[in-house]
Ligand binder design. Structure first.
Ligand code: BJW
Length: 264
């Protein structure tokens, strides 16, 4: 198998699990990643588009790029990786705080797959707001007639922007605090489909490892922090996670049977 018995046992016995996800978890849904070949940054670098200065310099370009990405996201559905993580959470719902899914993704696919305890570190592309009065914008208000037109707030005329976190911006209130608290307490942290180069998110597996958690990553290639985790599972998230979650379920069932037999 792609993953170890040790990982299965740690997950089956864990009281608290944290999963950190990145763009790779949505790749098999058809959402391009950021840094892979053919990824979102191949035509535009992050510095060009994912910062507020770029937005103010060229709002048409940045709004157009996000409009394109919203259309991609609207047409996609959760894949077996998203669904496996929702199933793992359902298995572990024996008490509050047993499972937290921390995602860097803005595509909403984890919630659509049924995950309940989700922290979105980098916002959500399905929401937008006015940069001046901060009023949320509706989908209709984001519509423009062409490439030269800029979407503005009907209330105050300010520029409309996606509710995502750009470089140099703080993460949503309380999000990193909740993620850090959970990582520091976790028995197991799974890092899935992230290159682990963007901070503070990439620090979560390291925090968990420093506090004694078993840390494993699932990725098609080793990430920037692969050398610092306990186990690297090479493979597609949509193939590895369903098999892993099924193996954990089997192990937990086996343990229940042993306990029942011992009690009878
Ligand atoms: C598969 C797969 C399959 C493919 N199965 N796997 C120096 C050191 C430390 C930090 C800094 C530093 N200099 C600057 C910073 C801070 C900066 C930062 O981290 N920069 C680094 C790049 C150096 N961070 C920030 O600015 C953050 N804010 C901050 O620090 O605020 C401080 C502050 C406090 C108070 C006041 C003000 C400020 C904010 C970071 C925001 C990141 N935003 C983006 C854009 C979001 C909006 C949008 O979507 O447009 O978030 S950038 C982009 O990168 C996006 C992602 O969430 C993020 C991470 O990318 P991810 O998910 O890892 O994707 P990829 O493409 O990189 O990797 C995909 C992986 O999947 C690959 O490994 C593949 O192999 C794998 N894969 N297919 C499994 N099928």
């Amino acid at each position: 198998m792609l993953f170890s018995e040790t990982l299965i046992t740690h997950l089956a016995e864990a009281e608290e699990i944290v999963v950190l996800t990145g763009a790779g978890v949505s790749a098999e849904s058809g959402v391009p990643t950021f840094r892979d070949e053919g990824g979102l940054w191949e035509k535009f670098s992050p510095q060009e588009l994912a910062n507020v200065e770029a937005f103010l310099d060229n709002p048409e370009l940045v709004q157009g790029w996000y409009a394109h990405r919203r259309r991609v996201v609207e047409e996609t559905e959760p894949n077996p990786a998203h669904r496996a993580l929702a199933a793992l959470e359902a298995q572990k719902q024996h008490r509050d705080g047993a499972f937290l899914l921390v995602t860097q993704n803005v595509d909403d696919l984890h919630r659509q797959a049924g995950s309940e305890h989700v922290v979105e570190l980098h916002g959500n592309i399905t929401r937008s707001y006015c940069i001046d009065c901060e009023r949320p914008a509706s989908a209709g208000e984001l519509q423009t007639n062409g490439e030269d037109e800029v979407a503005t707030c009907p209330g105050c005329g300010g520029l409309l922007r996606p509710d995502v976190v750009w470089f140099g911006e703080p993460l949503p209130d309380g999000a990193m605090e909740e993620a850090n608290r959970a990582a520091a307490r976790a028995d197991v942290l799974l890092s899935v489909g992230t290159s682990a180069v963007v901070y503070p998110a990439a620090g979560l597996p390291l925090t968990a490892a420093a506090r004694g958690a078993y840390v494993a990553e699932v990725n098609v290639e080793p990430s920037a922090i692969a050398g610092e985790v306990d186990e690297v599972v090479l493979g597609k998230a949509g193939e590895v996670l369903p098999a892993l979650v099924e193996a954990v379920r089997e192990q937990a069932r086996g343990e229940e049977r042993v306990e029942q037999n011992a009690g009878s």
